[in-house]
Write a protein that binds this ligand. Structure first.
Ligand SMILES: NC(=O)c1ccc[n+]([C@@H]2O[C@H](COP(=O)([O-])OP(=O)(O)OC[C@H]3O[C@@H](n4cnc5c(N)ncnc54)[C@H](OP(=O)(O)O)[C@@H]3O)[C@@H](O)[C@H]2O)c1
Length: 176
């Protein structure tokens, strides 16, 4: 099973403010919907609670939430108390591509398990409370980039960027 992250961040790595998104970028939202539809999506409890009620749980996706709270409940979702148990659940369920959908704590936690990062790089420096982790660009190589200009619906321009983890030589030989 492939593990992918999908996120949008500002030039200073901000992804959220006051448990909300710092922007309204409808085309990026559509990109997120298209990419994740039909898949397992794994998120932190705070991210889940930040979703607007009508998108909670995210429709047409299997919603996995992680929390340290043993009593936590949310209708039509699956609750886990460790990242590893949530990943294992998706794998056992036959998922081909699990999406890590944030927020900041969960992106940081999941980075070592991640194969691909779909990162929307928003061309603005903004205030915030949640950040996307710094990742090593020697390990994650940019393989695709497409630009979206500012328009009446999008206050900021942005780039859709895909980063792929390079497979180490050792790992390649292990596959032979
Ligand atoms: N721009 C984007 O792409 C994007 C995407 C997603 C979210 N966001 C934004 O990100 C912000 C939320 O991010 P955040 O960093 O504050 O919170 P978060 O990562 O969504 O959730 C943090 C919570 O996850 C649980 N957790 C963390 N580590 C855990 C572990 N090892 N085991 C079990 N549970 C664990 C804890 O829940 P308990 O406290 O219940 O134990 C913790 O409080 C919001 O502003 C949201 O809008 C932005």
């Amino acid at each position: 099973m492939k593990i992918s992250m999908i996120a949008a961040m500002s030039t200073n790595r901000v992804i959220g403010i006051n448990n909300d998104l710092p922007w309204h970028l409808p085309d990026d939202f559509k990109f997120f919907q298209t990419k994740t539809k039909g898949h397992h999506v794994l998120m932190g409890r705070k991210n889940y609670e930040s979703l607007p009620a009508k998108f909670r749980p995210l429709p047409n996706r299997t919603n996995l939430i992680i929390t340290k709270n043993e009593k936590y409940q949310a209708e039509n979702t699956h609750i886990f108390h460790s990242l590893e148990n949530a990943i294992e659940y998706a794998e056992i369920n036959g998922e081909q591509e699990l999406f890590i959908i944030g927020g900041g704590e969960i992106y940081k936690l999941a980075l070592p398990y991640t194969d691909t990062i779909y990162l929307t790089e928003v061309n603005a420096s903004l205030n915030g409370h949640a950040y996307f982790p710094i990742f090593d660009k020697q390990i994650f190589k940019e393989i695709q980039r497409s630009h979206h200009a500012t328009d009446e619906q999008h206050l900021y321009s942005f780039d859709y960027v895909t980063y792929h983890k390079k497979v180490s030589e050792k790992k390649m030989y292990e596959c032979l």
